[in-house]
Design a binder for this molecule. Structure first.
Ligand code: ADP
Length: 236
């Protein structure tokens, strides 16, 4: 069902009636932003821009070895606004984002939200915010059971979405790993950062009259949730 023609038609309809170019996927760690972003990106054919992936990429490439970024991410705390705002601004200016983009993990502070709103308003772009609301206990279960393929990035969960062979990626046979920041102590840090710094962004979006799609993302399997989001986008 992923990226089916029907979903694409619904989305293109929603996009053309409201001139949607920017989609902000909002939710706590473990809310499924990454999974939904991947499905949406296939429907809309616009890039999935994940600040978490970009920051991990910068660390892997060695360009951040002199900074405290590694330590910050290992604690589950947020990387400074200045660094992230600059990184996103550059990414949004690339050619493939001209038709639109899906933001995953940004904005995460009021400062970042202000920067994004200003950048978009300056270009006459109206964003839609999709809020994935998830029960706290479900989040903990998802994050502690999460496994990832280090080669292709596919995500699994030991209870809700296990691979066919335990510990091995279905797609390329690589041994699955626990992401560094999915240990229990770091998960607490990430959820704490979300409550203190990111939750207020939701109020900012609500209060400033942004178009919002609010969806309960606790129970439905990803494909069902994706279809619901597509339908809600149509009437947003
Ligand atoms: P999750 O949403 O599950 O926490 P991400 O991959 O989005 O995972 O983020 C991983 C880490 O990257 C965060 O804990 C934080 O340290 C850093 N990070 C990602 N996006 C941002 C952002 N917009 N601002 C500051 N730090 C960020």
């Amino acid at each position: 069902m992923k990226g089916s023609r029907r979903d694409r038609a619904v989305f293109v309809g929603a996009a053309s009636s409201y001139f949607v170019k920017a989609i902000v996927l909002f939710g706590s760690p473990g809310s499924g932003k990454g999974t939904q972003a991947k499905m949406l990106t296939q429907c809309l054919m616009v890039p999935h821009i994940s600040t978490g992936d970009m920051l991990r990429g910068r660390i892997r490439s060695g360009s951040e070895s002199e900074t405290g970024m590694v330590a910050t991410m290992q604690l589950g705390a947020l990387v400074p606004d200045l660094v992230v705002n600059e990184m996103v601004k550059e990414r949004l200016s690339e050619a493939d984002a001209a038709r639109g983009f899906i933001l995953d993990g940004y904005p995460r502070t009021l400062d970042q939200a202000g920067h994004l709103s200003e950048w978009l308003a300056g270009r006459g772009i109206h964003e839609v915010v999709i809020h994935l609301a998830v029960d706290y206990n479900v989040i903990i279960a998802r994050l502690t059971g999460r496994r990832q393929c280090p080669r292709c990035g596919t995500l699994y969960n030991v209870s809700s979405h296990p691979p066919r062979v335990a510990g091995v990626c279905d797609l390329d046979g690589e041994e699955l790993v626990v992401r560094d920041d999915d240990s229990e102590a770091v998960i607490r840090g990430r959820l704490d950062a979300y409550d203190r710094q990111t939750r207020p962004v939701l109020e900012y979006f609500r209060a400033s009259g942004h178009r919002m799609v609010e969806v309960d993302a606790s129970c439905d399997p990803p494909e069902t949730l994706h279809r619901k989001i597509c339908q809600m986008m149509e009437s947003a």
